[in-house]
Design a protein around this ligand. Structure first.
Ligand SMILES: Nc1ncnc2c1ncn2[C@@H]1O[C@H](COP(=O)(O)OP(=O)(O)OP(=O)(O)O)[C@@H](O)[C@H]1O
Ligand SMILES: Nc1ncnc2c1ncn2[C@@H]1O[C@H](COP(=O)(O)OP(=O)(O)OP(=O)(O)O)[C@@H](O)[C@H]1O
Ligand SMILES: [Mg+2]
Ligand SMILES: [Mg+2]
Lengths: 165, 165, 165, 165
């Protein structure tokens, strides 16, 4: 059991480092270590240093940096034991436009072997999806699902057509 | 293996029969607040055998049955079917398509069906053993989880690693 | 001490109901009750029924509905003992465009007697602010603050000029 | 009473002297992930007397001092000044403007100053008594808090009510 855990841990660690650098920049450092103590109980420490910074612990990272680091970790674990589908519920909310692009690139890469279902309010994420569904409540309290094309979604949103991005 | 489509009737805010067909790649679900997007995710977790009402944001399991609005009476049954395409024979069965159905009556009676024939929850769990498809698999990622996965206090991170081992 | 608590509680309750209906719709119900037991220890129960729904508890509300309900409660408490300034850090992230408008209307109303500092990625919220600052890291790891006008912010964002809203 | 402006030097990612002038109504702070927006909020909490390093996402209080990047050495001092306009004489003092300053040296020595003269933390807390200005006042609202305020398990909600009483 212990040997198996170490094998899995090493594979997750290598995945984490490579996904982290693809989400941040090439030179950024990230690592996973098992803390001292009984290997079957010990906690797992994460270090992440995006864009040349030196945070002493992941608590000092910003909201967006934490989200990307957590996504890198989840995908690193996922690679070891791939599940055929993955649901992401508004995980992209804290990300700025540049990080949304990186997030979409990662998902696209994985979507060759995995199916993704993404709930989002972000227009860039919507655009990247191959199929788009709108859920509405035309009748109060009763959900209805309609299939939408992205250009259609834009026209439907009556509010002011600002040049936003 | 991928999710082909889902049919929902009487589950949470889906008072009318609803069918959502998934893309093998990236499917996005969009729409205003409170209209039923996360309810679709709950329906997927539920039909895959989720036993804890709290994971479905409910007090008791029968709370998932449509409980009425100002103009509609509550329903007596919640039924969700998930159709899975077994294209790479990942699932240990000769069927190329599997239809999983879960029903719950307000009386408390609950049923599981596989391709139309009644079965037990154990049969569904056996089918998904080691494929990453079960209700506990980390294939649903919400924003709230980001804080827990990165926080040093919980052993949630350790649990994810062990599950992958 | 007990009498004072009850007085404050009643004032918060009246505020909560009036702010809740201004954030949702006129007819929506909301209430606060002190649960049975020792008044100095008892928990406070929230009921919120947006748009004609009948959720049995606030856990069943959606992400966006929970955010608006929490904002209504925080402002209700705030009215009883107003603090001269209030900081909101990405609280608008879960809200759709229609709810952003309501959120901004509420803030605008309060901003006559209170100063608001809002951290946001949402373009509609940015537009509503009277003063806009951009924080960047032109030099890696070193923050720099520049004052920006909204129309300038749009030009600076080089990415594709989609008609988005 | 309102916040006029804040001067930051050597606090977290602010290696250079930074001045942010606040609007009496709505001020928005925008910018990419990880560039220092929430650090401005931390600076406001800190200068108002925050004592818990964990509220500032740090292990130890000296972690708030700029700890260097690839091209800059760490600084030895963090200094933040908050200038408050006492236009409605809410604060019990004859000054129309109050400049609060907090300093922390890497040696561990810390100083508080009011209008240039050294004072104790107690003096600052006395000044703000019952105005809702102290570090504990609920005037900072983050997305994470939304879950805690609405969740039934914590007595966080009760605490907020009691504080207002
Ligand atoms: N058993 C039920 N019967 C009827 N309505 C229900 C039931 N259970 C939940 N609901 C309603 O479904 C709504 C929540 O939907 P959901 O959480 O899917 O919203 P959402 O689209 O994810 O919104 P957001 O963008 O805010 O996250 C709630 O308003 C709730 O009242
Ligand atoms: N003492 C310090 N010295 C140098 N940099 C620091 C220090 N403390 C924190 N930082 C850096 O500040 C950054 C965090 O900034 P902050 O949390 O303000 O980002 P943000 O603008 O709020 O981003 P987001 O939009 O993702 O929430 C981190 O990357 C962290 O490394
Ligand atoms: Mg939701
Ligand atoms: Mg932040």
């Amino acid at each position: 059991a212990q040997k198996q855990f170490y094998d899995v841990f090493e594979r997750i660690r290598t995945n984490f480092i490579s996904i982290f650098t693809s989400l941040f920049n090439e030179g950024d450092e990230a690592d996973l270590q098992i803390e001292e103590g009984d290997p079957l109980e010990a906690a797992i420490r994460i270090t992440a240093k995006p864009r040349g910074k030196r945070p002493s612990s992941i608590d000092m990272l910003s909201g967006g940096e934490k989200t990307l680091t957590a996504i890198a970790l989840l995908f690193a674990i996922y690679l070891v034991k791939p599940s055929p589908f993955c649901i992401l519920d508004e995980v992209d909310a804290p990300l700025d436009d540049a990080n949304i692009d990186r997030y979409i690139r990662l998902i696209r890469k994985f979507s060759e072997s995995t199916q993704f279902i993404m709930i989002t309010h972000n227009k860039l994420t919507m655009e990247a999806a191959e199929t788009l569904y709108g859920v509405t409540m035309e009748e109060e309290g009763v959900s209805k699902v309609v299939s939408v094309r992205f250009s259609e979604y834009e026209r439907k949103e009556e509010s002011v057509a600002e040049v936003l991005e | 293996m991928y999710l082909s489509h889902i049919e929902i009737l009487g589950f949470k805010s889906f008072a009318q029969k609803t069918n959502v067909k998934f893309n093998t790649g990236m499917t996005a679900i969009v729409g205003p607040n409170g209209c039923g997007k996360t309810n679709v995710v709950d329906a997927i977790r539920w039909v895959l055998g989720e036993q804890k009402a709290s994971t479905l944001r409910s007090d008791k399991m029968y709370d998932v049955i449509f409980n009425g609005t100002k103009s509609r009476r509550p329903l007596g049954l919640a039924e969700v079917s998930l159709i899975i395409d077994n294209n790479r024979n990942v699932l240990p069965t000769e069927y190329t398509q599997i239809k999983l159905t879960r029903r719950l009556f307000r009386s408390g009676e609950s049923q599981y069906l596989m391709n139309g024939t009644e079965c037990r929850l154990r049969d569904i769990n056996d089918l998904f053993m080691d494929t990453g498809m079960g209700p506990d698999a980390y294939s649903v990622i919400e924003l709230k989880m980001i804080e827990t996965i990165l926080s040093n206090r919980t052993d949630e991170r350790r649990r994810l690693f062990e599950e992958a081992a």
